[in-house]
Design a protein around this ligand. Structure first.
Ligand SMILES: Nc1nc2c(ncn2[C@@H]2O[C@H](COP(=O)(O)OP(=O)(O)O)[C@@H](O)[C@H]2O)c(=O)[nH]1
Ligand SMILES: [Mg+2]
Ligand SMILES: [Zn+2]
Ligand SMILES: [Zn+2]
Length: 266
């Protein structure tokens, strides 16, 4: 449950356009809540506030010539493991740092530091997602003029992180092979808004009943264009391709000035 975004209540309403189910359980009957109207308006102003700060982040990142990736998935899909494998190699030719969001503990930042990556932990406590303000406060301590890339590992959660713009350039959605082929349909915002989709833990495929054809079709239904890369942090499959894709994204695309999220909030 997230006190910040109230996602145990009104977020369901905001995401209802996407016919999504939510990680906190079935949709609440929001229309029957007595003070529903007031709560919706609070929620909308919270998004608006975040949107304004995200815009500032984006301008700030652009002025620093910084490329920012926002990595999102369910808890345990393999974000930290993948970043520990991938980033030390990329750090040879890019000055990079990771900001990790978690409700509690600095375990992930410690893992990244052990792997040789500059990492900074943000504890969100009651919040199930990172927001633009938290990122702004954290990166203020990093010395952005010293960096080429900033990688944000968001709080493990397929729903709320997907609707909070952080001012990033690229959104990366990870789905692990153990999660099931129907998940792109159940969590449409995360997958439809992604610039890159990673299917992680490919080494486990021989042990699973995952229907890869259906998974790919479901991903394409949500997102016709984003590259989809299958990889394993354990076997190393796909990691080179992934590193190349990140280099390609970072080199080719201008920082967008307008938010790509605008349509998801209304
Ligand atoms: N078999 C296998 N396990 C993995 C792989 N990547 C991560 N894991 C395991 O999945 C669990 C969660 O990984 P973690 O990186 O902490 O996920 P996060 O919560 O998304 O950051 C850990 O036990 C990892 O060892 C992979 O490619 N293959
Ligand atoms: Mg992690
Ligand atoms: Zn939530
Ligand atoms: Zn939340």
């Amino acid at each position: 449950m997230c006190r910040d975004c109230g996602c145990s209540t009104v977020k369901h309403r905001l995401l209802s356009d996407f016919n999504t189910s939510h990680h906190h359980g079935p949709s609440l009957p929001t229309l029957t809540l007595p003070n529903n109207k007031r709560r919706i308006s609070v929620e909308e102003s919270l998004f608006e506030k975040n949107q304004n700060l995200a815009r500032k982040n984006r301008q700030w990142f652009k002025s620093q010539k910084l490329v920012v990736f926002n990595v999102m998935s369910s808890p345990g899909a393999g974000k930290t493991t993948l970043l520990c494998k991938l980033l030390p190699k990329l750090a040879l030719d890019h000055r990079l740092a990771v900001v990790v969001g978690d409700q509690e503990t600095s375990i992930d930042a410690d893992r990244l530091k052990t792997a040789g990556v500059v990492a900074f932990q943000i504890n969100t406590h009651s919040a199930c997602h990172l927001d633009a303000k938290r990122v702004m406060d954290a990166v203020g301590q990093l010395g952005l003029d010293q960096l080429d890339w900033l990688v944000i590992e968001n709080v493990g959660n397929r729903v709320c992180p997907a609707v909070f713009d952080l001012g990033e350039n690229f959104r990366i959605a990870i789905l692990s092979t153990t999660e099931g082929e129907e998940k792109p349909l159940k969590y449409p915002v995360l997958f439809s808004e992604a610039d890159l989709i990673i299917i992680s833990k490919s080494d486990l495929l021989p042990h699973l009943d995952l229907n890869q054809t259906t998974l790919l079709a479901n991903l394409r239904k949500m997102n016709p264009n984003a590259p989809i890369i299958t990889c394993s942090s354990k076997s190393g499959e796909g990691l080179e391709q992934l590193a190349d894709e990140l280099r390609y994204l970072a080199s080719g695309k201008e920082t967008p000035d307008v938010s790509r999220y605008a349509n998801t909030h209304t």
